[in-house]
Design a protein around this ligand. Structure first.
Ligand SMILES: [Zn+2]
Length: 433
């Protein structure tokens, strides 16, 4: 952790008037962006492939094209804004996502996409009379990071990194039966573009409290937590809530409720001082969900996360042991459907050192953090050297309309991303072209 410095340096040699101008431009663009899918509670609702998502994507396209980027789409709707500095050299990519949760916040993902575009624009201006850079720059708006309308989350980056087959993703349906292919075609943001990237950078709001608690303005992400997410279906038998005696019941809702409670008990039981276990049930659908009917079926999603592989494995084994006990207790059968699993994994240490040096040069306070949430960089770091940065979230609130990152923290993040990009494009992270 560094010491605080009240006057921060400029990442790209701007004088104070130019810095003010750049800050104003960023905040104005951020405000414009936040009008798409805006909710009355001050958040946004831009679920993947909806009209609001399409409008945000088109607005972003207009913004970056106005700055000389070229915009392309791949087969799963990932949006690539390309800034060619030197014809023929490889690309460094930065990105995040413009989609949101239902009644989500304005900052989750969207901040990172806009910060990346502004960092690229600022660096290009700074490079105008410098020597030729080793890389071109791509800003990527990944399709469906949130995974609320179409599962799983981090969908676009999973296809890009070869973890999910494109045809399977295009055929994935939302709860109303609309496919990803239909949704993408309806908003017109799909194509056949492909891009090889040499390195990846992402900046995101922390969505937790550790930066704020420590009074830091920047987090250098050192690792992702491992996560095991499971879709469960609890099968019971529909019956009359009054006329059916308890002994005869196969109550799917009872079974599902015991599973929710078991997940919470496992978090309490398996967390250690060193490695927390976090468990949740974020989705729960009861059939037929009628006042006088014992439920025949419940679909639910349970996830377990931990920073430690062995702790997560032990918690996971306990969950599966408990499933068998719950089947017996509630007299139901529990089927495990799709799973979405990623291992706890470290980010590139040299990338963290590069970002730390950049933060020090700018006089920004920083510390290392782990990410509890998944991000597109979770996928990208498995195929290319990746740097992941966080800015603070007020009270750690996220996936909520009240999500907030202060202007000065957003601007410090753009400064840092610009300086990190300058170093990476100059060949300090990976060998360039
Ligand atoms: Zn996000």
């Amino acid at each position: 952790m560094s010491t605080t410095d009240s006057t921060t340096a400029s990442p790209d040699g701007m004088d104070s008037t130019e810095r003010d101008e750049a800050a104003r431009a960023f905040l104005a663009d951020f405000r414009s962006m936040s009008t798409f899918g805006a909710t009355t509670g001050g958040g946004v609702d831009r679920q993947a492939g909806t009209a609001a998502d399409g409008q945000t994507r088109n607005w972003f396209r207009g913004l970056v094209e106005g700055h000389g980027f070229e915009v392309r789409y791949d087969a799963v709707g990932n949006q690539f804004a390309l800034l060619e500095l030197v014809p023929g050299v490889p690309y460094v990519a930065m990105g995040s996502h413009l989609d949101s949760q239902p009644l989500g916040g304005r900052f989750d993902g969207a901040y990172g996409v806009l910060a990346a575009a502004h960092a690229a624009i600022r660096l290009r201006a700074a490079l105008a009379d410098a020597s030729a850079p080793a890389f071109n720059i791509a800003v990527i708006n990944w399709f469906n990071e949130e995974g609320c309308r179409f599962k799983p989350s981090m969908m676009g980056s999973a296809v890009f990194t070869g973890k999910l087959p494109v045809e399977q993703v295009l055929a994935t349906t939302d709860p109303r039966g609309t496919t990803v292919r239909e949704a993408l075609e309806s908003i017109g943001t799909v194509g056949d573009f492909g891009l090889e990237v040499a390195a990846y950078l992402e900046i995101h709001i922390e969505q937790g409290r550790s930066l704020e608690d420590h009074g830091l303005s920047i987090g250098l992400v050192e690792s992702t937590w491992g996560a095991n997410k499971y879709e469960f279906v609890v099968h019971g038998e529909q019956a009359h809530t009054g006329a059916t005696v308890i002994a005869d019941r196969h109550d799917a809702l009872l079974g599902a409720s015991l599973l929710v409670a078991a997940a919470r008990e496992i978090a309490d039981e398996f967390s250690t001082d060193e490695h927390a276990v976090i468990t949740s049930c974020g989705e729960f659908t009861v059939f037929p969900n009628s006042p006088v009917v014992v439920a025949s079926r419940v679909d639910l999603l349970v996830d377990l996360r931990s920073t430690d592989h062995d702790v997560l494995a032990a918690a996971d084994a306990e969950l599966h042991r408990r499933v068998a006990a719950i089947e017996e207790r509630a007299d139901v059968s529990i089927e495990r459907g799709a799973e979405h699993i990623w291992a706890s994994k470290a980010y590139d240490a040299s990338g963290m050192a590069l970002a730390a040096a950049a933060a020090e040069e700018l006089g920004l306070t920083y510390g290392t953090v782990r990410t509890l949430a998944g991000h597109d960089s979770t996928n990208m770091k498995d195929i290319v050297p990746t740097i992941m940065l966080f800015v603070p979230s007020v009270d750690g609130i996220s996936h909520n309309e009240k999500e907030l990152t202060r202007d000065e923290d957003m601007l410090a993040g753009v400064d840092l991303l610009t300086e990190v990009l300058r170093r990476v494009v100059g060949g300090d992270f990976v060998a360039g072209g």
